[in-house]
Design a protein. Structure first.
Length: 95
């Protein structure tokens, strides 16, 4: 039987839950990108080029690539969160 009070608690709405989860994931990815950027900077700045092995050079290059991909993922997650937030606003009664 339908709820006589159509006003829903938006916290229980599937789109709101997806929004909350996407924000959590965005924060985790953002933190990982920041931590990786620190690792990259330390490797790049603290080990003189002439003292680096080929493996260290590859690791430095790879950390830079991964950090950039993570940053792009954060941007994509922000767009998803914005779209979900707009959808939640549409579903919120009385707004």
């Amino acid at each position: 039987m339908p709820d006589p009070n159509p006003q829903q608690d938006t916290r229980n709405h599937p789109v709101q839950r997806a929004l909350d989860k996407s924000k959590d994931v965005k924060q985790a990815v953002e933190t990982a990108a920041d931590e990786l950027a620190v690792v990259h900077a330390v490797l790049d700045k603290e080990i003189a080029e002439e003292d680096r092995s080929n493996e260290v050079d590859r690791a430095i290059t790879q950390t830079d690539r991964i950090e950039k991909r993570l940053s792009k993922s954060v941007e994509a997650l922000e767009k998803v969160a914005d779209a979900l937030a707009a959808e939640v606003q549409k579903k919120t009664p009385g707004d």
